[in-house]
Structure formats: C-alpha cells, structure tokens
Design a protein around this ligand. Structure first.
Ligand code: NAP
Length: 530
C-alpha cells in the first residue's frame, strides 16, 4: 500500500487538533467468567488504569440480563463495553441483533463507553439516537490486521467514522514497519474529534507508548504480559512504571534504543528512571527498527532527540549521520546518536569510553597518583583478544591513550587489519599463550568466548594470565566469567563487562541531556535488574 511522503517534522504537537485532556489508560478484561472479570477490574484499579474494557466476547456463558448489571455496577473504574464479533477480530460468532441489543443494554445500565465497529455503526448509532445518557460516549472502531494504509486512506477512514456520529474515533492498524506509526500520530495529533490511534504488532509499540504525546484519547495496557487483547500491547504496569506514561506530554522529548531485536534492552528502565529523578521532560522507548535510514527520515523532528544504537544497526546508521565523532569514525561503529536543535544528527561511540575509563580507574586505584592529564594506560602493553565491534572500541581506545596495542583474533586477517590501523601488532589467539615480552601487561577479552551458555570456556589459559596485572572482559553475561575468576586467582585486578555497559550508559546520558549521569541510580538499577 502506498503512502504519502510524511515525516514527523510535519507534526505540530503543541497546536492543532483535539487533545487537551491527558490520554487515558484502559485495561482490557479478558476473563472467561464474570467472577474472573470482577477480580481483574480490581487489579486494573490497583495498577493505576483509568478505565476497564469489558470484552463480552471473552465470556464463556454470557447472560446479558444478569451479567451486564453485575459487571457495570460493580466496576471500581469507568467501563468501556466491547462485544467484538469474529468478523472484526473478536470471538463473538452469534446473532448480530442480540449482540447490538447487549451493547444497548450496557449503555442503559450505565456503561461509560461502547465500542461499535464501523461496519454497523450507522445502524447502531441510529438506534440509540436521542437515548444516549449524559457522560456516555460511542467509540466507532475500525481494525486492519494486515497493514497501515497511506495517510490519505486513513484520513478517508476517519471521515467515514466521523460521519457515523461517533463521539470517539478508533483506528487500529497493523505495523509492518515502525514508521507506520507516524501516519497514525499524524491523525491523532490533528484530529478535531477525540481519537484513539493504535498500530498493532511489535513494530507498532511506540504508537501506544507515545499516545499522550500525539494527543491520543486512550491507550490500552494489559493486565499482565500474557493477557493481551491485541498484538503488541504493553502491560499497564510497563506503561506506568517503565515508560512514565503519566509524565508524557505533547512537548516531551523522545529518546530510545534502535535495534532488532530490541525488546530485551534494559536501557528504557535506566534512562526513564534517570529522567524522572531529575524531572526531565523526556521519555526513552524501544524502537524496533528494520531500516535505519527510513527510521531517521520519518522521525526527523527535533522532538525525536536521540537514540542508542545496537545490533544490527551500529554500522548501517553511520551513513545517516551529519557528523561523526572522530574515534567513532575510526572504529566504524556508533552506538549513540544525538539530534541537535538544528536537526543535525551527531553520532558517538561510547563503548570505547565505557571500557577504557573503567580500566583507567582500576589502574589509578592500583598505581596511585598519575600526573594530571596523563592516562595510566600510556606506555602500557595492552593485549586485546578479538577484532569485532567491541574489539575495535578497545583497540582504538587504548591506542588513543598511548598504550602499545596488540590485537589477537581467531581470524588473523581481521586482527592484522585492525592492528595496522593503530600501528599495533597482530597475532592469533594461540600465539597469545606464549606472548610475554614483559610482566604487568593488560588483557582485554572482546571475543564472545565464555559468554552464556558456554560459561566453562575461556579465551586464554590460566597459566598465561600470570603475566598480566589487569584483566578486563567485555562479556557481561555472566558477570564473573571463567576468565575473570582465573585472573583473580592469579592475583590480577579485574574489570567487569558490566562496568563497560554502565559507563557507556553514563556517556550516552551526558550526550543526550548535557547533564551529569545519575551514576548511583544507574548502578542500583543495574544491580537490581541484572
Ligand atoms: P562481534 O563483532 O561479533 O565480534 C566477535 C569476536 O569474537 C570476533 O573477534 C570473533 O572472532 C570472536 N569469536 C567469536 N567466537 C569465537 C570463538 N569460538 N573462538 C574465538 N573467537 C571467537 O561481537 P562484539 O559486538 O564485538 O561482541 C563481542 C563480545 O563483547 C560479546 O560477548 C558482547 O556481549 C560483548 N560486548 C560487551 C559490551 C559491554 O558493554 N560490556 C559491549 C559490546 C559487546 P572472528 O573475527 O574470528 O570471528
């Protein structure tokens, strides 16, 4: 399906359509009995949802005359009643008249909202014309489980929904790419009537998280991870606690981590807690990105203020940047991107700062005072195992600090190519075993040898470790690798991969905000959620 050229620079989030009140958080109830739904609605209230959606089509033996009364009257939260038929993605297969009768009864019994499908909305709205109680609203919904149409087609759909007499417009489409969400944002931000815009699927996550930024009337948050009513739905708890949903406003700056996969990343946890701790009007989300160029071209407004970048985009993202920090350019990989107020994208590699600063601090602790401005790495023999992404960071970082660098890799050619770039020496991993021209060397493992699940593996023998005064391992799962355990046993100081991870985060936070990182908070959260 084609789409009109559109970027978020076209969005004016602080002006325009309907939006004034904060976006509501609605939790769908998926219980199969009335009793289960009653328990669920109290849980939803406890979590902090604003509304519960009673999904009548989930009930196994639904008896409208008694069950509706109980569910609506006993709800501790305002109710939205939905009776979704199979032909619109729900579970109800019965008679259409009976279905609409049940929805009308729900209205009469005091439901606050009814969700009715566009297909039958004219007929339904005519039937309740001039019978609508005060504070009752009809949501007219349209679901597309295949894709997200062009802006023009979505605009036409909104007009059709409005023409039915809808109080609230709901459009749910399916994300084939994260940039599909932008077309839904364009609708919610400009709409003159309250609008719910949802892009289903894991690539549509930001349509749900950023709903308050783009004036969405409501977003859905599941009671628990397994109880989602549509693909890609986050939990209400994650919306509130992980993504600071209540703090997101039209002028909130958006940060995030781009990667594929990316859902496992703990970065949103760290950054959102940090933003909240200093009252910064910003949110950090997971960006599941397939095509980096398309992503940056679409989310091009200054409100999309920066991102962390992980596998597989660290190299591909380079070509989208306006400016690249000189070491990041040499390393050939970036992991931190900042959008400047003039819209330019500036990129950094904070991995090398994270690992090198951790090693420097440990050496300072061991060696005592070092002349100001001089790195404790200067002049040291620094052996890097591995020549991949992390290997490059360590090789360039150590060379920049004046260390004499040796790069050893399973594939010798990669070691040679990298070592040559910094005037260093290259060798194979086997050769490192007998390499000890001097004592007190520094070793940095950047291979994945010893990483979970192969925790009994190690890239170098314990015997060879006795020539090193400090050993660093980039691996952080597990924190204590066999390499580091054996290094400690031979009397070497050790620096953990978690230290690189957390320190690169400090640097990213500084680049994003211009503020010092809340280091203690980051450490506490890492410890708690590792
Ligand atoms: P990468 O680019 O894929 O490089 C992997 C490196 O490991 C290559 O040098 C590869 O050698 C070597 N290798 C892989 N399997 C091997 C084996 N069986 N025997 C010997 N060498 C082997 O990966 P990366 O991004 O650099 O990541 C490497 C490690 O660093 C991972 O464990 C990752 O989790 C960790 N890391 C940690 C942080 C942190 O913040 N702590 C940041 C980035 C990465 P060849 O060239 O011969 O294939």
């Amino acid at each position: 399906m084609g789409s009109l050229p559109f970027t978020t620079s076209d969005l004016y989030t602080s002006t325009g359509g309907f939006s004034s009140s904060p976006t509501l958080l609605c939790t769908p109830l998926m219980g199969t009995t009335v009793d289960q739904m009653l328990i669920e609605m109290h849980k939803a209230k406890e979590i902090g949802s604003d509304i519960v959606e009673i999904r009548l089509d989930c009930l196994r033996n639904f008896n409208p005359s008694s069950d509706l009364q109980i569910l609506i009257k006993q709800s501790p939260l305002p109710t939205l009643v939905t009776y979704r038929p199979v032909w619109e993605g729900g579970q109800y297969e019965g008679d259409e008249t009976k279905r609409q009768d049940a929805l009308r009864s729900a209205m009469e019994l005091g439901a606050n909202y009814i969700d009715i499908e566009l297909e039958v909305a004219h007929e339904f709205n005519n039937s309740i014309y001039e019978k609508k109680p005060d504070n009752f609203k009809v949501i007219v919904s349209s679901h597309n489980f295949h894709n997200t149409p062009s802006s023009e087609a979505i605009g036409n759909l909104v007009a059709r929904i409005q023409a039915t007499g809808a109080d609230i417009v709901k459009i749910a489409t399916t994300a084939l790419d994260i940039t599909d969400c932008a077309r839904i944002f364009q609708i919610t931000v400009h709409s003159q009537v309250p609008t719910i815009g949802i892009v289903m699927g894991e690539r549509g996550l930001i349509s749900r998280l950023l709903s308050p930024k783009f004036g969405g009337y409501l977003t859905y948050g599941a009671l628990e991870a397994g109880a989602i009513s549509a693909p890609g739905q986050p939990t209400a708890r994650d919306l509130l606690d992980l993504y600071n949903f209540r703090l997101i406003r039209p002028d909130t700056k958006v940060y995030g981590i781009i990667g594929k996969p990316v859902g496992h990343s703990k970065s949103p946890l760290l950054f959102n807690a940090a933003f909240k701790s200093v009252g910064l009007n910003a949110v950090y989300v997971h960006f599941l990105v397939d095509d980096v160029e398309k992503f940056f071209n679409t989310y091009s407004s200054v409100d999309f203020s920066g991102c962390s970048c992980t596998i597989p985009h660290k190299e591909a993202a380079l070509k989208c940047m306006d400016e690249i920090d000189s070491i990041a350019k040499k390393i050939g990989a970036i992991n931190n991107i900042v959008r400047k107020p003039d819209g330019r994208l500036v990129a950094f590699n904070t991995d090398y700062i994270g690992s090198i600063s951790g090693i420097e601090d440990e050496l300072r602790g061991m060696n005592g005072a070092i002349p100001a401005g001089k790195s404790p790495l200067a002049g040291k023999l620094f052996v890097v195992l591995g020549a991949g992404g992390a290997g490059k960071s360590l090789v360039y970082g150590a060379a920049q600090k004046g260390a004499r660098v040796v790069c050893a890799n399973r594939t010798y050619e990669r070691a040679k190519e990298l070592a040559d770039k910094v005037g260093g020496q290259a060798m194979t991993l086997e050769e490192v075993e007998n390499f000890h021209p001097e004592e007190g060397m520094i070793l940095a493992n950047t291979t994945s040898v010893g990483m979970k699940p192969n925790v009994d593996d190690t890239p170098i023998s314990k015997e060879a470790l006795k020539h090193y005064c400090l050993v660093f391992d980039a691996i952080y799962t597990p924190k204590e690798t066999r390499l580091l355990r054996e290094a400690k046993e031979t009397g070497a100081a050790v620096v953990y991969g978690t230290e690189m991870l957390i320190r690169q985060g400090f640097e990213q936070y500084k680049n994003f905000t211009g503020l010092p990182a809340p280091e203690e908070l980051f450490r506490e959260l890492m410890e708690k959620h590792a």
